[in-house]
Write a protein that binds this ligand. Structure first.
Ligand SMILES: *Cc1c(COP(=O)(O)O)cnc(C)c1O
Length: 417
């Protein structure tokens, strides 16, 4: 994907880009505070306006009046599948291949456990050192439960060479949470298949931000987070994808009553339900799924190709402005310049990144910091405007010029996002 922006960029151009943006109206579907420039939708997405009313209705009517009847009369029991089918449209999956459930970490456990159990002759989970820590921790935990299994974590450049006949699953995060670099899903999936391995893609920084087509890529298994670009709310449930061809071959390693073929006959022995129902474990978080559904409905109103193109243009704009105006302060670009190789974030390295991000937050530009020196700017395409990028860079320049970041209160370490 090549992104062409004019030679000269000014605020008027950014306003024009917003004016011409086919997705501009979708911003109005979020509860937006115009004083704050929010560039952290890659950590926690914004609140859809519809979410409040929906949660209110669910609590005040379906639950308060319907009581236990809500499970059937308000279709609570079906919600993991209904919202999974909607998400499938964003992922390029079939509607019976996606389930909303658990957290990403627990979904990873289930997928890895299923893959390892199905292929005892292949003892290795292959991943990269820089994968998101939860992926590494869960992989280590699953391997430790099964005799002779191990996690092999290599540098990104070594992945192809490390794919051999001992590898059961290649576990990768599609868009890197630190640098925003995007893997070539199709090429890596095909290399894994040539080696006889399955792929497990973590899509936490991809769905709702970049173009995805799991079927075209031949992906086997995937999971991802509901509270980042999907805007499902803090701690929103995750989703899980199991390609149809594998649904009968792999089995859920946490069999629970709601994954049973007949949960309400309370049988002593476990019999898995067919398809994605068999990947359920316990009761679905109905309130949280209702919130997620409102957010997914907004994404479904967007054209995915337009959304991916807007991510590419917003990040291109940020990179161009950063080259022109931020490089002189010592910021270095950590994100690929090739738009097809990045997600919807731009990361800049700076050895004083922590106090800089603290100072930016105090000046109402909400970004975040990741060790050791990365300032992350998430440009969620549903609600971030081109003028937001312009104004954010303007404020970064102000903070650096005024050296506000050098104030002692910004140097103090603590949790920030
Ligand atoms: C945010 C994130 C997660 C989140 O995991 P949860 O268990 O849902 O909190 C997982 N993987 C990656 C790559 C992430 O960025």
């Amino acid at each position: 994907m090549t992104v062409v922006l004019p030679e000269i960029i000014d605020r008027t151009l950014c306003q024009k880009l917003d004016h011409d943006d086919p997705l501009a109206a979708l911003r109005d579907r979020f509860d937006v505070d115009d004083d704050v420039i929010y560039l952290d939708g890659n950590s926690l997405g914004r609140v859809p306006r519809a979410t409040r009313a929906r949660v209110d209705e669910l609590v005040g009517h379906e639950w308060a009046r319907g009581l236990v009847r809500g499970w059937t009369e308000s279709a609570w029991m079906d919600s993991p599948h209904r919202v999974g089918a909607k998400l499938a449209l964003l992922l390029g999956a079939a509607e019976d291949e996606v389930l909303v459930t658990d957290s990403t970490s627990v979904c990873l456990f289930k997928l890895l456990g299923a893959a390892l159990r199905a292929h005892p002759e292949r003892p290795v989970i292959l991943t990269e050192h820089d994968n998101f820590p939860t992926d590494l921790y869960v992989a280590g935990g699953v391997a430790a439960l099964l005799d002779g299994r191990e996690v092999c974590a290599v540098a990104r450049s070594q992945l192809h060479d490390a794919l051999d006949d001992r590898v059961c699953a290649l576990l990768l995060t599609h868009v890197d949470f630190r640098t925003g670099e995007q893997h070539d899903m199709r090429a890596l999936t095909s290399a894994a298949h040539d080696a006889g391995a399955l792929t497990i893609w973590d899509l936490s920084h991809s769905a709702g931000a970049v173009w995805l087509d799991l079927r075209a890529a031949g992906a086997d298994l995937a999971t991802g987070c509901g509270y980042k670009y999907l805007n499902g709310g803090p701690g929103a449930p995750a989703y899980m994808f199991v390609a149809r061809a594998l649904q009968a071959e792999l089995t859920n390693p946490i069999p629970g009553w709601l994954g049973h073929a007949s949960p309400f006959t309370f049988e002593e022995a476990y019999r898995p339900a067919p398809g994605m129902r068999g990947w359920m474990t316990g009761s679905p978080p109905v309130l949280a799924i209702a919130a997620l559904e409102q957010a997914v409905d907004i994404l479904l109103a967007a054209d995915m190709a337009q959304l991916a193109e807007k991510s590419a243009r917003l990040t291109e704009l940020f990179i161009r402005l950063s080259d022109a105006r931020l490089a002189r302060f010592g910021f270095e670009l950590a994100t690929p310049r090739d738009a097809s190789r990045r997600g919807a974030q731009v990361s800049l390295r700076h050895h004083l990144g922590y106090p800089i991000v603290r100072a930016l937050i105090a000046h109402n530009v909400i970004a975040d910091f990741r060790d050791p020196d990365l300032c992350r700017f998430g440009l969620a395409p549903l609600y971030t405007r081109y003028v937001d990028v312009w104004d954010a860079v303007e404020r970064i320049v102000d903070v650096m010029d005024g050296a506000t970041y050098a104030r002692p209160e910004y140097a103090e370490r603590g949790y920030i996002t």
